[in-house]
Design a binder for this molecule. Sequence first.
Ligand code: FAD
Length: 388
Amino acid sequence: MLERGEVANSWRRERWDSLRLLTPNWLSRLPGYAYDGSDPDGFMTMSEVVAFVSRYASVAAAPVRTQTPVISVTQADGGYHISTTNGDLESRCVIVASGACNAAHVPAVRQAVPPAIACFTALDYRNPEQLPPGGVLVVGASATGVQLADEIQRSGRPVLLSVGEHVRLPRTYRGRDVLWWMDASGVWNQRYDEIDDLTRARHLPSPQLVGTPGRATIDLNTLTSAGVELVGRLAAIRDGRVLFSGGLRNMFALADLKMERLLDTFDEWARSRLRDADVAPPERFEPTRPPTSSRIGLDLGSGEIRSIVWATGYRPDYRWLNVPVLDAKGYLRHDGGVCDAPGLYALGLPVLRRRKSTFICGAEDDARDVVAYLAGYLDGATRSSLSP
Ligand SMILES: Cc1cc2nc3c(=O)[nH]c(=O)nc-3n(C[C@H](O)[C@H](O)[C@H](O)COP(=O)(O)OP(=O)(O)OC[C@H]3O[C@@H](n4cnc5c(N)ncnc54)[C@H](O)[C@@H]3O)c2cc1C
């Protein structure tokens, strides 16, 4: 196992200070290893995640070579040639497990932001004190955007939140954590080959969720109540002026509808599998409140906004992978983690084999399947005869 930094590197180096996992502790499980502390319903801080993953590495006696960046992987006779800053290796198989979030995905309009406005991404933002005094435009209202908008607003800076497509979820539903419902009802276990539009599922925004000791729900209504101003999707920046799309009302209605459908799925599952006493009665939540009037433009020269935080998602970085398995947009082409190059596999990507693949608790089932393919390959089976 080659790691460019230290064990749990992304959790040590690439997260903001206040972040806690949005998955409860009882969901922090890896093969043969699970959270065993006294607060199963709590949410780990970053230092707790680092300790959790580091302990797993030592319990599993994982042969990790740290401080070993892979600088190139190329196909060589019957396998791969791997160059690292600490020497070269040959291997018949490679598992690409370098993460889905190595780089911030920022729209090209960023180039048009005037130099006087400070720009941050989720990878370089640490806390509100880093930002210049004054107003902040947060672009993106998924897990990262809503958490940062909330934190920055609380620091006393006025926040405008630009909202595009998003996934609304309550933190708790019928007395249980919403991720308990995802897990127990089987929604999270849905396999990649059962999903109608897999490409879309793999690029869905992360749910609006936050892990806090009080199990608070964070959604657009809570942010509006806290004083955050909601604006539409950032469509363009022209001559120092940001243009926001209209249609907020429709976007809210769509996210509310999708949430309701998911809650219906939970209710249906509960009716057939649970006793009434197991969970509280069904709930429905207040629809997302549209602003009375939402502005469609913002003059970046007016001084109202001094910084922009781009919470517009992440993307993987495969500049080191010199094997023709990337699509035109630079994403890895794979079928449930099996790449179209002999002996090349992937783990840790969105909906790799299941809806839960994006999360820590998704690694175990995916790894079992992918390793079965890999073992079959090493045993000499042909690809078409392999199955996990
Ligand atoms: C902001 C944020 C919050 C999240 N919150 C949660 C959560 O609450 N719960 C949850 O279950 N999941 C959460 N996730 C998802 C979580 O990060 C993934 O489930 C998990 O980290 C996947 O583990 P991984 O090992 O596949 O990838 P990573 O944790 O990204 O690890 C990949 C490793 O590969 C190394 N690497 C990359 N390139 C190279 C190279 N060229 N050479 C050598 N090493 C390299 C990196 O240094 C890194 O250590 C969150 C993700 C983000 C970005």
